[in-house]
Design a protein around this ligand. Structure first.
Ligand code: HEC
Ligand code: HEC
Length: 291
C-alpha cells in the first residue's frame, strides 16, 4: 500500500513538473516572439505647427479611431478584458510619445514599430499605412498638443489562450507580416473624388472591414452598402442607423462617436467608391496601384 502511494505521489509530482515546465517554456517562447525587432527605416515627415492643422489633425485622429481606443483624452484605457484570453490596455499617448521624435512616431503609426524596434500587436497599423504624409503630419501635430496627464492604468496581460495564439502565429505584430514597401494610397498625386473615396474607405473603414473592404470578423463586406441610397448611407455614417432599422451594435457606436466628423463631401466620396469598388478580393488585390 505504501509503495502504491509513493508511486502515485511520484507520478503526480512528475505531471506537476511537466505542467510547470510547459508553462515556463510557453512564457519564454511568447516573450521571445513578442520581443522580436523589426528593421524598418525612419523617414522624415513634415509636422505643421499652426492651429488650423492641429484642429484638422484632431478630426483625423477621431476618424482614424485613435481616440476610440486610447480614450477621448488619449490617456489610455482598458480596451479589452477577456478572461482566459487577454487584457489589452492602451497606453497614455502624450506620456509615451514624449520620448519619440516625429519620424519615429510616423513609423509607429504606419508600420507598428516602436522606438526600440519591437512591434505593437493590437493597433490597426496596416490601415494607417495608407494615410498620406499631409494627414499623418496633422495627426502628429494634434498628438503633440494633447495635455500630458498622469493616469494609473493596469498592465496588459496575455492569458493562456492568447499565449497559445502567439505561439501559433495568430497573434503577432502586424509589422511581422505587412509589406513595409507597398505603394501607399495616400501618396498618389490624385485629388479626384474617386481617389478620395477609396483613400478614406481603405485608411479608415479598412480597420474593421478588412484591407480590401471585403469583410473581416463581424464586419461584413462593404458591398453591403450597395443596398443603401445616398441619403440612407449618409444617415448610417452620421447617426449609425441601418436602412432597415436593424441594430448595428459596433457600427452604430463607431459612426456616432467617429464618423459624425466626416463632411458631406467625404461621405459622398466614400459612397461613390463603394458603389464601383471591385467585388471580389482577388480582383481588388490584382488592381494595379499607381503612385
Ligand atoms: C483598435 C485600437 C487602436 C487604435 C484605433 C489605435 N491604437 Fe494605438 N495602440 C493600441 C494598443 C492596444 C496599443 C498597445 C500596444 C500593442 O498594441 O501591442 C497601442 C499603442 C500605441 C502607442 C504606444 C507605442 C509604444 O511605444 O508602446 C501609441 C503612441 C499609439 N498607440 C498611438 C496611436 C495613434 C496615433 C492612433 C491613431 C492614428 C492609434 N494609436 C490608434 C490600440 C489602438
Ligand atoms: C470599429 C469597427 C468598424 C469600423 C471602423 C467601420 N465599421 Fe462598418 N461595421 C462594423 C461592424 C462590426 C458591422 C456589422 C454590424 C455591427 O455589428 O455593428 C458593420 C456594418 C457596416 C455596414 C452594413 C450595414 C448593414 O445594413 O448591415 C456598412 C454599410 C458599413 N459598416 C460601412 C462602414 C463604412 C463606410 C465605414 C468607414 C467609413 C465603416 N463601416 C467603418 C464595424 C466597423
Amino acid at each position: 500500500m505504501r509503495g502504491l502511494l509513493t508511486g502515485v505521489a511520484i507520478g503526480l509530482a512528475i505531471i506537476a513538473l511537466a505542467v510547470l515546465g510547459g508553462r515556463w517554456w510557453l512564457d519564454q517562447r511568447v516573450t521571445e516572439l513578442l520581443a522580436r525587432r523589426y528593421d524598418v527605416p525612419l523617414t522624415p515627415l513634415a509636422v505643421p505647427t499652426d492651429s488650423a492643422s492641429r484642429a484638422e489633425g484632431e478630426r483625423q485622429a477621431w476618424l482614424h479611431g485613435c481616440h476610440g481606443c486610447h480614450d477621448s483624452q488619449l490617456q489610455g484605457k482598458v480596451f479589452l478584458d477577456e478572461p482566459r484570453v487577454m487584457r489589452v490596455v492602451t497606453p497614455n499617448i502624450p506620456e509615451v510619445i514624449a520620448s519619440y521624435n516625429d519620424a519615429e512616431l510616423a513609423r509607429l503609426i504606419r508600420h507598428g514599430v516602436r522606438r526600440n524596434g519591437t512591434g505593437v500587436v493590437a493597433m490597426p497599423v496596416g490601415t494607417f499605412y495608407e494615410t498620406s504624409d499631409l494627414d499623418l503630419g496633422r495627426i502628429i501635430a494634434h498628438l503633440r498638443a494633447a495635455p500630458r496627464v498622469t493616469k494609473t492604468l493596469p498592465p496588459t496581460r496575455l492569458y493562456l489562450l492568447a499565449k497559445l495564439a502567439v505561439l501559433r502565429g495568430e497573434l503577432l505584430p502586424e509589422a511581422a507580416t505587412m509589406d513595409h514597401r507597398a505603394p501607399r494610397l495616400g501618396d498618389r498625386s490624385d485629388t479626384t473624388q474617386a481617389w478620395r473615396g477609396e483613400y478614406l474607405a481603405k485608411s479608415i473603414c479598412g480597420e474593421c472591414h478588412g484591407p480590401t473592404l471585403h469583410g473581416h470578423l463581424e464586419a461584413p463586406p462593404l458591398a453591403r452598402a450597395m443596398g443603401y441610397s445616398a441619403a440612407e448611407f449618409t444617415s448610417l455614417m452620421l447617426d449609425g442607423r441601418s436602412r432597415d432599422g436593424r441594430d448595428l451594435p459596433l457600427m452604430g457606436r463607431t459612426a456616432r462617436s467617429r464618423f459624425v466628423r466626416f463632411t458631406k463631401q467625404e461621405i459622398a466620396a466614400i459612397y461613390g467608391y463603394l458603389m464601383v469598388m471591385p467585388t471580389t478580393p482577388q480582383h481588388a488585390a490584382a488592381t494595379p496601384v499607381s503612385r
